[in-house]
Write a protein that binds this ligand. Structure first.
Ligand code: FAD
Length: 489
């Protein structure tokens, strides 16, 4: 089996390393940073607070288990997780609080009690979400959409034929507003558009299948935090013989006569006939392949949202908060218009607070909590992030403080901020977008970059900026698709 170079030890690069090493390829992973994980890294703040820097919500854990199983390992020996119940604590701007229970019936009953929307309406909606997921996921997420043979399978033709009926003509928001009379519930389900960095007022109603991931299949928490996903998979890849070369950025992908021939780093030039880029696809073309023809239309697809994150060590415990907490803004439309039209941060943004010390007490000292406080913002286009960060910090303190009836600022013992330019600098993600391109139009699924190069033989792509998209599960699937393409060359 020919040796493979992987550029980047993000979650997709790591998963690709596992899959190819398991098939007998000699795998070398080049990572620009000092360690693995990319957006999925961890760090500590003074005072004894541990943080997962990026992803916090974990769905479809079986995609991680699958990697251990295919190598003949028992996943439990490397990686354990629990199903969350409750999943999320919601705080609406009018003071209403709602708990999202894992059990659909209990969740629907809670909605009926708090928002007076009939439980049967909620359950019908969730069933529809499950049906849409079942009808399309296997086709649109598990396969390359850019190989003609994909379209020969009858199930794929059925899925494509079902698309219009699943909601290509309406937006997510229109679907939710038509289903639920209560604007708070519309807001709750609209938020699922942000799971791939999109705008519910533009994204097609097909994305209303996303709630099924959390409410049908389940939301999970890995023992030791999200970082343990990357950590356990790196251990597995190394056991299989993969080599990780840290602090070694790839500066150029070498090519000759339409074939990939190797990579150049500051340390050396290496020969490889197979190269997988886990680096964002835009800088892969711009920086590593400056002389190759770039697929300009694909690279110009609108970016997904980015994030402004405040990591706070908090000297207090809030029993009313859980692992996932949402503090909704007053005006959701205005918030998304600010992000996607005005390319700025809403004056009154929705705030997401993730507290891993609720599940992993060692992540904060006794009596303290580690708050990951995130606001959705546009990707970086040169905005004044220092000013936006200062305004947003005040808005966050106001919204959360009001909901909890307590001044938060005096409780902050440690602090760090991650901005879109910071995310771009630390992970090479174009504009600091969290999920590559957005899903704000109905053809987005088809317009993402394929998992292979049409021009350069031997070049492949995985990760959040290419098909099937961003987020942990889709990144893992991109690695699966790439490994499949390489094995059938
Ligand atoms: P990345 O994480 O983008 O890593 C790419 C790696 O490549 C980096 O390590 C980088 O240093 C390296 N690299 C880049 N260029 C080079 C080069 N030239 N040479 C060598 N190495 C290079 N997803 C979820 O599922 N749930 C969530 O709750 C969630 N929340 C998020 C919150 C935040 C704040 C962020 C930032 C992301 C979130 N995501 C979430 C998205 C998820 O983290 C990403 O989709 C996923 O981790 C991206 O993985 P990736 O494989 O594309 O690689």
């Amino acid at each position: 089996k020919p040796p493979v170079a992987i550029i980047g030890a993000g979650i997709a690069g790591i998963a690709a390393a596992v899959r190819l090493a398991a098939r007998g390829h000699a795998v070398t992973v080049f990572e620009a940073a000092a360690s693995f994980g990319g957006k999925m890294h961890q760090f500590e703040l003074p005072g004894g607070y541990r943080f997962d820097a990026g992803p916090s919500l974990f769905t479809l854990p079986e995609l991680v288990d699958e990697l251990f199983r295919l190598c003949g390992r028992d996943p439990q020996e490397y990686f354990r997780y629990q199903r969350l119940d409750p999943i999320t604590q919601y705080f609406f701007a009018d003071g209403t609080r709602l708990t999202a229970w894992a059990d659909e019936e209990k969740f629907a009953a809670e909605i009926e009690a708090k928002l007076q929307v009939p439980a049967v309406t909620v359950q019908r909606f969730l069933r529809r979400s499950a049906k849409a997921y079942g009808a399309t996921a296997n086709t649109f997420l598990h396969k390359s959409l850019h190989k003609a043979k994909t379209y020969l399978a009858p199930e794929v033709l059925h899925a494509v034929a079902a698309l219009p009926q699943l909601g290509l003509t309406a937006t997510m928001h229109q679907r939710h507003a038509k289903t639920f009379a209560d604007p708070r519930l519309v807001q709750l389900f609209d938020r699922f558009a942000t799971y791939n960095g999109s705008d519910p007022y533009q994204a097609p109603a097909t994305l209303s299948m996303i709630p099924h991931l959390e409410h049908g299949i389940g939301a999970f928490y890995p023992e030791g935090g999200i970082y343990s996903i990357a950590q356990s998979l790196v251990s597995l890849a190394e056991e299989l013989g993969a080599t990780f070369r840290y602090n070694e950025p790839v500066e150029e992908i070498l090519t000759a006569d339409g074939l990939v021939t190797g990579v150049r780093t500051p340390q050396d030039v290496y020969d490889f006939g197979l190269v997988i880029s886990n680096m964002d696809v835009v800088p892969t073309y711009r920086r590593l392949l400056p002389h190759a023809p770039a697929p300009e239309r694909t690279l110009r697809q609108p970016r997904s949202s980015s994030a402004l994150i405040f990591y706070w060590g908090i000297e207090h415990e809030f029993p009313e908060l859980g692992l996932h907490n949402i503090f909704f803004s007053q005006d959701y439309k205005r918030e998304f218009d600010a992000i996607f039209q005005d390319k700025t941060v809403a004056a009154d943004p929705t705030v997401y607070v993730n507290i891993t010390s609720k599940c992993s007490p060692a992540d904060a000292p006794a009596g303290h909590e580690n708050w990951f406080v995130m606001v959705n913002v546009p990707h970086d286009e040169g905005q004044d992030w220092a000013a936006l960060t200062a305004h947003t910090r005040q808005a966050v303190l106001k919204r959360v403080g009001k909901a909890l009836g307590r001044d938060i600022e005096p409780l902050i013992r440690s602090e760090r901020v991650w901005t879109p330019p910071g995310i771009a600098a630390d992970t090479s993600s174009f504009g600091g977008a969290l999920y590559g391109s957005s899903s704000n139009n109905m053809l987005a699924a088809f317009l993402r970059h394929p998992n292979f190069s049409r021009k350069l033989e031997g070049l492949y792509f995985c990760g959040g900026s290419v098909h099937p998209g961003g987020g942990i599960p889709l990144c893992l699937l991109s690695a699966k698709i790439v490994a499949g393409l390489i094995s059938t060359r």
